[in-house]
Design a protein around this ligand. Sequence first.
Ligand code: CP3
Length: 354
Amino acid sequence: MQPSTLITDHSSLITAPFLRACRRLPTDITPVWFMRQAGRYMPEYRAIREKYSLIEICHHPEIAAEVTLQPVRALGVDAAILFADILLPAIPLGVGLEFAKGEGPILQNPVRTLADVKNLRPVNPETDLGYVMDAIKILRGELKDIPLIGFCGAPFTVASYMIEGGSSREFLKTKTMMYSDPQTWHALMEKLSVVLTDYLVAQIRAGAQAVQVFDSWVGALSPQDYQNFVLPYSQKIIQAAKAEQVPVIHFGTNTTTLLPLMKQAGSDVIGLDWRIPLDDGWKILGGDVSVQGNLDPALLFAPLPEIKKYTHDILRRANGKPGHIFNLGHGILQNTPVDTVKAVVDMVHEYQGN
Ligand code: CP3
């Protein structure tokens, strides 16, 4: 046996189906987890939210760890995702963050000029976001054989919140900066890619066994603009995380036309939303990446036989090929029935290829 084979072939050592699928290794079952699997649709989460705000939960590692574990216990999913938010790094950057009731995130000091970018504070994730690493360390002690996913927002999606000052439909301020003041845009993306890289690497070093980079809103861009204004920065984060030897998942919505460029960003797994059939998306990406997805979260409000039809359709399109992780095409919606989510986990695990 060649020594290099011994060093590079870890496949027999990886046992968790989720981690195996990230590496395109065969699994007995299709692994399944859900974006936003912890949250207001769960009564256990609502009970904690009566006492603590979202940011308070994140700031208390024991509570963040407890909330992370709630869906693992209730649903039987194959991976846990750290309870945090993609906007937490905005706090030490000095942009401010609050979650107003019913309005989503509000960033009090939006970034609009080069001076604003220069005023962003330096961030040391180990100290400024140390509470996230503490939650990861607690979770690794509790989770046993269920892998823990860490995450960050991709620079485009985080920048869009920082520029708009909150959620947006048109991304007009974001695009105006991109087109009218590219120097400021690139300075902001450069700054964010450094901070987000350090943050993600810190999570891995604290114990995250896989990471997901959320570029939820990047589908607002054309391929050309993605290439010029986004790709180099996302690439930098993904490469740095991969160098830490953990699988990287890269997720966005409305990305059908961006998939070939997202592939160039270099992740091991690409998340697909429901707008593209899973096999069509996988074909565009090629056989050398894994795919995650892609049930429409709205389907979880449908009757079970209908959900089963769609779930089996996705599994049929994956066709038992190693490298499929079942998930939704975006996060679980509020008021989703917990029993239905659990039923989907069972449907995926019980699927026999019929
Ligand atoms: O997936 C998980 O279970 C882990 C936790 C998690 C949260 N946010 C907690 C949260 C994750 C992975 C995120 C990522 C996140 N946050 C994204 C990317 C994923 C996506 O959904 O596109 C984005 C864009 C954000 C920013 C954000 N945070 C928004 C727009 C909102 C308000 C919208 C809403 O659902 O109310 C949040 C709040 C937020 N983050 C909640 C949770 C559980 C809402 C629940 C609450 O207020 O208690």
